[in-house]
Design a protein around this ligand. Structure first.
Ligand code: AMP
Length: 443
């Protein structure tokens, strides 16, 4: 079966072919750790978790790299506001991020790379850009000259004149040669963290950290780069400009993958919009499986309208699915047809809504065999804990009745035992007298 991936660069689904057979190097932009992660992050990172788990299921040896932006204007501003050092702030929110995404069952990342651990690599990249004539110096830093890159704009399909973007992090300076030129290295400002380097004392611009990290870890070309749609421009465009100018090798990345937004009332959710709810708040209300079910039910490239109704729908669908799975026994076989259909769906640019339908078809088919083992395989990717036995929370009163009934049965007081069974039933539970004693089920 052939895996096809939609690449933003070609705007087409392309047959997937890794650079090195059997191996995949994938990089996904990680968060800027200046605050708690929100449910928009949860969507993007859960969907990439599922994608990477599927690639491993296909037998690829996948190295999944994610950066952590641990130096940035937002971090500096927030640390001033909270009156803590930037290092303390970053430590706190980096740890919070890792623990929050773990709570969502995201455990596929091979390495988290902190931007500030790559200062020598960043400096080396900027030096090479200067040497090759792609970068220039003005009063507050070293900038990339967009006119030197003939192909600038190829990912976002923008012209050079559209190099300025009003919504993202813009490097303002009237001395810039072109309005869209972006900063590679920011010279030290009083009270800001800085590194003493051959470029002058300062700190990295936003875009350069990713290419410095990926060049060190992967080399100048690799297989897949992912992130949310908002990063296509200018961030990913800038990465292409930087790395392809340095190495002269094209393309930097073979497949550019972008997730659709998580929206609240049709508007993108985000910290700067103030309409964000954190993963921490969400996980108190819904289990990781319910949240994953919601993200699985839409194609990763599509937006998700995030509302109490959409979460409740996911919750009740999952409950129905788990209820059916609860009575499935292990016959030791796998269902080849189902696995084939599942792979067909996922090979079609990771079509998770179809893959879920394949799972539903299997569990509903009364004549199908190999259900248990097949569900187990699929769920290693989905992360819905479908085969975990449903734990029944038995109220204290029911337990008391059960104990009394046990004694009544031992003493052969059948009338009393029946009466207690009725009492238990009135509380919503059914008692069955099995070989192992009393068994209890929710009615
Ligand atoms: P940020 O912390 O804003 O740099 O975002 C980190 C990652 O989360 C990026 O890949 C973003 O594209 C993604 N992201 C941020 N907000 C959303 C959202 N509302 N929906 C989906 N992905 C998002």
């Amino acid at each position: 079966m052939v895996l096809k991936i939609y690449s933003t660069l070609s705007r087409k689904k392309e047959v997937f072919k890794p650079i090195k057979e059997g191996e995949i190097k994938i990089f996904v932009c990680g968060p800027t750790v200046y605050d708690l992660s929100h449910v928009g992050h949860a969507k993007t990172y859960t969907q990439f978790d599922i994608i990477v788990k599927y690639l491993r299921f296909k037998g690829y040896n996948v190295f999944y790299l994610q950066n952590i932006t641990d130096i940035d204007d937002k971090i500096i501003n927030r640390s001033n506001l909270e009156k803590v050092s930037w290092k303390e702030l970053v430590k706190k929110y980096r740890e919070a991020y890792i623990s929050d995404i773990k709570s969502l069952g995201i455990d596929s990342v091979s390495k988290y790379a902190n931007a500030t651990d790559y200062i020598p690599e960043i400096v080396s990249q900027v030096e090479r850009l200067i040497k090759k004539g792609f970068a220039y110096k003005i009063s507050d830093g070293l900038y990339f000259d967009l006119t030197k890159d003939e192909e600038y704009g190829k990912l976002a399909r923008r012209k050079l004149s559209e190099g300025e973007d009003a919504v993202s992090r813009i490097d303002e300076n009237s001395e810039k040669k072109n309005s869209g030129d972006f900063c590679l290295w920011k010279f030290k400002k009083e009270g800001e963290p800085s590194w003493k380097t051959s470029l002058g004392e300062g700190r990295p611009g936003w875009h350069i950290e990713d290419t410095a990290i990926t060049e060190k870890e992967f080399g100048s070309q690799y297989d897949i780069h992912g992130g949310g749609l908002d990063l296509i421009f200018p961030h990913h465009e800038a990465e292409i400009a930087q790395m392809e100018s340095i190495s002269g090798k094209k393309p930097l990345v073979r497949y550019w993958m972008h997730t659709g937004f998580l929206n609240i009332g049709k508007e993108k959710m985000g910290k700067s919009k103030g309409n964000f709810s954190t993963i921490r708040e969400l996980i108190k209300l819904y289990s990781s499986e319910e949240i994953r079910y919601l993200f699985l039910s839409a194609n990763y490239r599509k937006p998700i309208d995030f509302s109490p109704e959409s979460l409740e729908n996911a919750k009740s669908s999952l409950e129905r699915l788990k209820n059916i799975c609860d009575s499935i026994t292990n016959d030791g076989k796998t269902n080849k047809n189902c696995l084939n259909e599942f792979e067909e769906s996922m090979d079609d640019d990771f079509n998770t809504p179809n893959a879920l339908q394949v799972l539903w078809k299997l569990v509903r088919d009364e004549n199908a065999n190999g259900k248990y083992q097949t569900i187990k395989k699929l769920d290693e990717i989905f992360g819905l804990k479908l085969l975990e036995k449903i734990e029944i929370k038995i109220p204290k009163k029911v337990n008391e009745f059960l104990e009394k009934r046990e004694i009544a049965r031992k003493n052969k007081k059948w009338e009393e035992a029946d009466k207690l069974r009725d009492e238990i039933k009135s509380l919503g539970f059914q008692v069955l007298d099995g070989k192992e004693g009393q068994e209890i089920k929710e009615v």
